[in-house]
Design a protein around this ligand. Structure first.
Ligand SMILES: NC(=O)c1ccc[n+]([C@@H]2O[C@H](COP(=O)([O-])OP(=O)(O)OC[C@H]3O[C@@H](n4cnc5c(N)ncnc54)[C@H](O)[C@@H]3O)[C@@H](O)[C@H]2O)c1
Length: 285
């Protein structure tokens, strides 16, 4: 199946990046959000990021204008997805929100339209089962910032067809991403490996084994990680880290995934990392 028109639902951190890269790759994009303010902010962010690419001479001013011209916006979900070949849902990480969006989209789209979700932790199989087209539902897990990060985990739900997988894989490649095929289990690959490592680093802080800075130094200089796990946790948000650990713990049922009590305590105290000004490190808000 060939894709030319894409609807991206949710114009936040991930949605604006996905819309940017899809439009830059030649697709016509409708960016949809419940909030007009979020759409205006997303268009500003995309224009600013394209300006930076022009300054670096990675693209021309004409490329920038052509990319922006390929992006339409809408606050009307039904109208916004009606002519899309592929819908990429990047709305807030909440099962009920996503289920309700998938319900509307399933009724509003053509029978062949593929429904993808950028969820970090919700089961693709479970979302697919709420639609009438489980074979055309798939995960497309992009990474932040989308214009920079090359990886796209493509997650196959239990019923995802080979044709849907092949179409979405080709689409990710056209967007300049490196797709990796993943089966639908909690945390997929990225968070299944990353979050327990971050959780273990937090145990090291709790047990007084070393300071956050020294733990990060070990992983940067000893393992060549570009960023230490505690700096990364602050960047992701400690509330997001906790919620993904809960998904791993509940979904896999193994005590090795129990969230570190210090992680729980920091979230309870509102120390959420960069976004709250305080996590394992202090930030100027
Ligand atoms: N931020 C990351 O690093 C990251 C990385 C990979 C995947 N994800 C996933 O991407 C998705 C989006 O995350 P984000 O960080 O961009 O969130 P965000 O909070 O920045 O943006 C979410 C947007 O969704 C909109 N929204 C909420 N309900 C909606 C609805 N019913 N219809 C349309 N729009 C709606 C909100 O107004 C908001 O603009 C989540 O599923 C998240 O797990 C996030």
């Amino acid at each position: 199946m060939s894709i030319s028109s894409i609807a991206v639902i949710g114009a936040g951190t991930m949605g604006n990046g996905i819309a940017h890269v899809a439009a830059q790759s030649g697709f016509s994009v409708t960016l949809i959000d419940v909030s007009q303010g979020a759409l205006d902010k997303a268009l500003n962010t995309i224009a600013g990021n394209l300006d930076r690419q022009v300054k670096k001479e990675a693209i021309t001013a004409e490329d920038k204008d052509a990319t922006l011209a390929r992006i339409a916006t809408s606050t009307d979900l039904t109208a916004g997805v009606a002519s899309a070949d592929l819908v990429i849902e990047a709305a807030s990480e909440n099962y009920d929100v996503k289920k309700s969006i998938f319900g509307v989209v399933d009724s509003a789209c053509g029978a062949n339209t593929i429904l993808a979700t950028n969820t970090s932790s919700i089961s693709i199989t479970e979302l697919a089962a709420t639609t009438s087209r489980a074979d055309r539902v798939i995960g497309m897990h992009f990474f932040n910032p989308v214009p920079v990060m090359k990886l796209c985990e493509i997650i196959r739900g239990l019923a995802t067809s080979d044709e849907t997988y092949a179409t979405v894989k080709a689409m990710a490649e056209t967007m300049g991403k490196v797709p990796v095929e993943v089966q639908d289990y909690p945390g997929f690959i990225s968070n299944r490996i990353l979050m327990p490592m971050i959780n273990e680093a937090i145990y090291c802080v709790m047990e007084g084994i070393a300071s956050p800075d020294d733990i990060d130094t070990v992983m940067k200089l000893g393992m060549a990680h570009p960023m230490g796990p505690l700096t990364l946790a602050d960047f992701i948000g400690l509330d997001v880290c906790l919620s993904i650990m809960e998904v791993l713990h509940q979904g896999l049922g193994d005590t090795k995934y129990r969230p570190c009590p210090l992680l729980r305590k920091m979230v309870a105290a509102g120390r959420l990392g960069r976004k709250s000004g305080q996590g394992f490190y202090a930030y100027n808000k």
